[in-house]
Design a protein around this ligand. Structure first.
Ligand code: HEC
Length: 101
């Protein structure tokens, strides 16, 4: 078993270096966000709506919570986004606001 340890370490550090949503396309996420998400956040929070993501008491505290929130919003709104679209949204929101590693 011992010989597995170095491999495990390499695997773990590669995971740490890669961002959680690297496979998502932030540009596409931004477009979807402008189309489906921004208006309502602006109506509630003013400005460009981004305060919803940057306020001190924001709810999303880690990458998996972000993914869950996006899935929940999608289901609630009935927007029928594909999992890829959710990943793009996550890549955009994380790159722009949350910066989870
Ligand atoms: C109908 C209005 C509305 C729409 C449309 C909407 N949201 Fe939201 N969203 C909200 C409100 C209100 C909150 C704040 C909830 C709270 O503070 O409890 C929120 C919170 C969030 C949060 C958590 C912010 C935090 O506190 O960290 C994320 C992430 C989010 N929305 C993503 C999205 C995405 C992605 C879409 C588009 C697919 C979307 N929302 C569409 C109303 C909306």
């Amino acid at each position: 078993m011992q010989h597995l340890l170095p491999l495990t370490l390499i695997f773990l550090s590669a995971n740490v270096l890669a961002g959680p949503f690297d496979k998502g396309d932030a540009k596409q996420g931004k477009t979807t966000h402008q189309k489906l998400c921004a208006d309502c956040h602006v109506a509630k929070f003013g400005g460009d709506g981004s305060k919803i993501y940057t306020r001190a008491e924001r709810r999303v505290k880690n990458a998996s919570a972000l993914a869950q929130q996006i899935t929940a919003c999608n289901a609630m709104l009935g927007t029928n986004l594909f999992p890829e679209d959710e990943l793009h949204l996550a890549a955009y929101l994380n790159g722009q606001f949350y910066k989870f590693k």
